[in-house]
Write a protein that binds this ligand. Structure first.
Ligand code: NAP
Length: 333
């Protein structure tokens, strides 16, 4: 089937818009959809560069991990891409209908495409990996990015009693009380001052949602454990992103001297069925405006240019094959 798509022909080069021969659906669970919107998430970039841990290494490939499409019966669906099928950055694509959810009438497709991937990280972590208990306190490490900002709101929606937001960009950090952070901590180059501020604001948290890893995580683990009043009380650390580095140094004493529980949340750590079960409730949260997102729609045909542009902090780019009304330009909130 002839479609137009963002096509990656060599890892290391951005996708280029052009004709693509979309394989026909096979089996009763596959269906063709007109793509309406697909988010350009960090995970999409790592998949398109061949560096993500799920990468199959096959080329050419059409990138994307999720999107919103219109089925042949006219219903709009949010869908999670299947690694074995062409991705959603195309005018039409094939979805596995078992990985799709019908959207509520009037849903803002750009908003859904922007928010689902970053919001799902904390939603699944706090529902499936370490289910949060009402009133527990949460530290979001790396709170200034898209996923971090949503983690603050998700934690609140799921019953957190206190949310501490830690991040690098001080101007954006200052906006986070407006979306539910009780306290903020600036991660600065002054390691001593940062450790003291973390100890002061977050030593008694129950859960950490970590988008950073690398040195900030190394430093934060020890700062929290050293200051903790009762080291026998569980500190659940949920590793989700690694924007600050792929490795940490973890002194063995961290695991012996405290009830420190380290685990991750992502594809593999949580089953596909576990993710799919969470989609409808998260779609409702986003559609009802309980989890805010700032999206920037851009034409899919401009993918090569858009791909090379620096990301606007706190804004998620969404590629649209045909701009839906009201989203031709500017931001969608
Ligand atoms: N496992 C999952 O289920 C899952 C799901 C979604 C996303 N993720 C991962 O989560 C991470 C964040 O995703 P996102 O969508 O929020 O990306 P994003 O919107 O690009 O945000 C990343 C933020 O990280 C901050 N940052 C970068 N380096 C930093 C450092 N050294 N110290 C402190 N902050 C730093 C930047 O903020 P400043 O410019 O303010 O410093 C940036 O805004 C990515 O690694 C992504 O792959 C995982």
């Amino acid at each position: 089937m002839d479609v137009h798509a963002a096509v990656v022909r060599s890892f290391g080069s951005p996708p280029r818009y052009g004709p693509f021969d979309l394989p026909a659906p096979s089996g009763g669970d596959q269906a063709v959809v007109d793509v309406l919107a697909a988010g350009l998430h960090p995970r999409v970039r790592s998949g398109a560069s061949g560096s993500h841990y799920t990468s199959t290494g096959k080329l050419p490939m059409v990138p994307g991990v999720d999107g919103v499409g219109r089925r042949e019966d006219g219903q709009m669906v949010y869908f999670v891409a299947d690694d074995e099928l062409a991705g959603p950055m195309a005018t039409r694509t094939v979805i596995d209908t078992r990985r799709s959810v019908v959207l509520p009438d009037g849903a803002d497709v750009v908003k859904i495409a922007a928010a689902m991937n970053p919001a799902m990280s904390a939603w699944v972590a706090l529902r499936r990996r370490v289910p949060i208990e009402a009133g527990q306190s949460v530290l979001v490490l790396g709170a200034t990015g898209n996923a971090g900002q949503m983690a603050i709101q998700v934690a609140r929606r799921l019953g957190a009693g206190r949310v501490v937001a830690a991040g690098r960009d001080q101007a954006r950090l200052a906006t986070l009380p407006g979306i539910g952070a009780d306290a903020t901590v600036a991660l600065t180059s002054d390691a001593g001052a940062t450790a003291a501020a973390l100890a002061d604001a977050a030593s008694e948290v129950d859960l950490v949602i970590d988008y950073l890893w690398g040195k900030p995580a190394t430093d934060t683990i020890m700062a929290l454990l050293r200051a903790r009043a009762d080291r026998g009380r569980a500190l659940n650390w949920i590793q989700i992103g690694s924007v600050a580095g792929p490795d940490i140094q973890l002194p063995s004493v961290a695991l012996r001297s405290a009830n420190f529980r380290l685990q991750g949340s992502g594809q593999g750590a949580v089953s596909t069925s576990g993710y799919l079960a969470e989609l409808p409730s998260l779609i409702d949260e986003i559609d009802n405006g309980h989890i805010a997102v700032t999206a920037r729609p851009a034409p899919l045909s401009d993918v090569e240019t858009v791909w090379k542009e620096p990301e606007v902090p706190g804004v998620r780019t969404v590629l649209v094959p045909v701009a839906p009304s009201g989203h031709a330009d500017g931001l969608s909130k």
